[in-house]
Design a protein around this ligand. Sequence first.
Ligand SMILES: [Zn+2]
Ligand SMILES: [Zn+2]
Length: 344
Amino acid sequence: MQAYTYIEKGKFALVEKPKPTLIDPTDAIIKVTLGSICTSDLHIKHGSVPRAVPGITVGHEMVGIVEEVGSDVTAVKVGDRVTVNVETFCGECFYCKNGYVNNCTSPHGGWALGCRIDGGQTEYVRVPLANQGLNRIPAGVTDEQALFVGDVLATGFWAARISEISENDTVLIIGAGPTGICTLLCCMLKNPKRIIVCEKSEERREYVRKNYPSVLLTTPEECQDFVITNSDYGGADRVLEVAGANDTFQLAWQCARPNAIVTVVALYDEAQVLPLPQMYGKNLTFKTGGVDGCDCEEVLKLIAEGKIDTTPLITHRFPLSQIEEAYRIFENKEDGVIKIAIYN
Ligand SMILES: [Zn+2]
Ligand SMILES: [Zn+2]
C-alpha cells in the first residue's frame, strides 16, 4: 500500500509499505476512508517534533472502517465506521482515570500515531489500545462530518472546556486557522456574551465573517485596543491562544483582564518568554497545550444533533496519490485553504 512517510527533516514522500498486521490483542486495523493534513504534520516535517521517528507514516487525523480487531478489543467490531483518536491511551492509569489522557503513562501513550508509530496518510493503519482510541460514528454522520473529531475538533472542544467559559464572558480567540475555528465552534456552544476572533489573514477573517456573523473580528495590530473597547472589564475574561505565532503568546496575556484564564492551545516552533515582572498583579491563570482527547463520543453526539458542523473547513479534496500537491497547498496556505481531505 502507499504510505506518506517522514523520510528526514524537510522531506516526506509517498512510499510502498506492507499492509499493517495486529501486534497486540488490544490493536485494531482500520481501513482509512478519509484523512487530513494537520499543522502538526508540518511541525514534524520542519523538525520541531523531536520525538517523531523518521520512517513512520505520517497523519493522525482520519476516519475509516474497522478491518480487523485483536482478541481484547470489545469497543468496536469489524465493519464499524470509526473516528481515530490522535492520542493513544490506556484508560487505566492515574492520568487516564482523571481524564488527562494526553499524559497517559502507558509506553504507547500520548501522540503516537503518525509521530512515533505509523499513522493514517495511507490505506490501512494499526491503532494500538483500540478500545480507547476508536469511536463509532453514529448512523447519519458522514466521514467528512466526523473527520476532525479525533484531533483538531477534540482540541477545540478540550480548549473550550478547560477555559471555564460562562455566559457573561468576553472570549478572545487568537488565530482562525483550522484549530482556531474548531475552538470557536466549541466556545459558541457555551453561549458567552461575546466572542472576538483575532486573525492576521484577511482571507481567514472573511471566512469567519461569512460563516459566523455573530463573531467580532480584529487583527493582531488592533487587537488590544479592540478588546478593551469590546469587553466589560478592560480585557477579555477568557483568552484562547490558538495561533502559535512569534508574538501571539504576548498578545494573549496582554489582552486578558486581571484574573482571567489564558488557555494556550498553540504548539510553538520556538521557546516563549513569560515576563513575570510585567504581568505581576494581573493574577492570571495559564493553562497550557496538549489536548486530552477523551470527549470524542460527546463530540460525535453533538455532530449528530447538528450542534457542531466542521464540514465548511474542508476547502480542498485530493486522492492519496496526489497528497504531495495537497501538502504544497496546505503548507503555503494557497487558494483559501483551511483543511484538505485526503480520500482513498
Ligand atoms: Zn493534528
Ligand atoms: Zn493511561
